[in-house]
Ligand binder design. Structure first.
Ligand code: MG
Length: 372
């Protein structure tokens, strides 16, 4: 089987409401998403979506996905898409780094491999544990009462896991955390996600001020060095999110004992092939894993849950879903859909969902194998 063409579409995904992150320093209103279709000489096509969370959240942006694919396209045309190791190796030779641009290619290749094998992607990634996984709400930074109102709204839809965004001001954060913990229901879990906003001093101040509470903090500071310094003088479990890009980062998290938990964002780490390597190293060291799309539509949610269901209990923590935060839907009613705060992968072979091409409109680029 050979890759014969790679076609790209660009779509803007408006958020249902503006979203504030990292203590209010980052605001998001629309996401720039790239949809990738890979065609083969055997008539099987695969889909992948590449959607960074805006251009200020991480060193990744929508136009970069498309420019990266343009640079790499000639190196992967003609290759067998089922050979995801060699495909990723060729992408690395053509363009070092730029993992977020490689992710949709990698996912589309897994979609093809799954369809060819007549198995869902999760089965090819080591096999799925079938239970659905809790979806975490995403609670934008606000006053304690505003944040609780947001949690209560999610509760009515069945959500029991919440990701509360803090990091706006150390003293106010202590108040937010104490207030939300006082109103947390016994079967609920709240992750306090700082999205890198605290200085080391702020992190130590807040975390030690709530040392009596059984809570988990996520990415308190900017770098792994910062997080390690904070880890050494605090007692809460810590998760690394934005600073886990590569297997080498995961190796450092393990060897320096920086975190007990990680977040794998499929787009950020470069797709499913690399996500699986990070997963296996984390599991070997008893580290819990949350899996998420970085942003995007039901396509991104579906690749994330395909992967998340390969993680066994008790190390599978939660997923996140972007589909209800945006106002458009490329595949209404299809793919992985949040039900009662839970998500499970579709049973169809491959990714299990494809977008309506009518919704996508005209492609913005196409690269084809030259016939010889
Ligand atoms: Mg996070």
């Amino acid at each position: 089987m050979k890759i014969t063409s790679i076609t790209l579409w660009q779509k803007s995904l408006p958020l249902a409401k503006p979203y504030w992150l990292s203590g209010g320093r980052l605001k998001f209103e629309v996401l720039d998403s790239t949809f990738v279709r890979i065609d083969t000489d055997e008539g099987i096509s695969g889909w992948g979506e590449g959607c960074p969370w805006g251009h200020t959240y991480l060193p990744a942006h929508g136009p970069g996905v498309r420019a990266g694919i343009e640079t790499m396209a000639s190196s992967i045309l003609g290759l067998d898409p089922r050979q995801t190791g060699p495909i990723n190796h060729q992408m690395d030779l053509a363009l070092p780094g730029h993992l977020y641009a490689k992710a949709p290619i990698d996912i589309a290749c897994w979609d093809i491999a799954g369809q060819a094998a007549e198995l869902p992607i999760g089965e090819l990634l080591g096999g799925r544990y079938p239970e659905p996984i809790p979806v975490a709400s995403s609670i934008s930074t606000g006053t304690p009462r505003e944040m609780l109102a947001d949690i209560e709204r999610y509760r009515t839809h069945g959500y029991r896991v919440h990701s509360a965004k803090v990091g706006a001001d150390a003293l106010q954060d202590i108040e937010r955390i104490r207030f939300l913990e006082a109103h947390r229901e016994p079967d609920e879990v709240v992750f306090y996600d700082v999205n890198r906003a605290w200085t080391r001093a702020e992190a130590v101040t807040v975390m030690n001020a709530v040392s009596d509470l059984p809570v988990t903090f996520e990415q308190p500071c900017e770098t792994l060095d910062d997080c390690l310094a904070v880890r050494r003088v605090t007692s809460h479990p810590m998760a690394i999110d934005e600073r886990l890009d590569t297997l080498n980062d995961m190796t450092r998290i393990v060897s320096d004992r920086i975190a007990e938990l990680i977040n794998i964002k499929i787009n950020r780490v470069g797709g499913l092939t690399r996500a699986a390597r990070i997963r296996d190293l984390a599991l070997a060291h008893g580290i819990g894993i949350s899996v998420m799309p970085t942003g995007g539509t039901v396509l991104a949610d579906t690749d994330a849950i395909q992967f998340a269901q390969t993680i066994p209990d008790p190390y599978r923590l939660r997923v996140w879903s972007c589909q209800d935060m945006i106002t458009v839907d490329p595949a209404p009613g299809r793919g992985a859909r949040v039900k009662d705060g839970l998500l499970a992968a579709p049973e169809a072979p491959g990714l299990g969902v494809a977008p309506d091409e009518q919704w996508l409109g005209e492609p913005v680029a196409a690269y084809s194998l030259k016939r010889t």
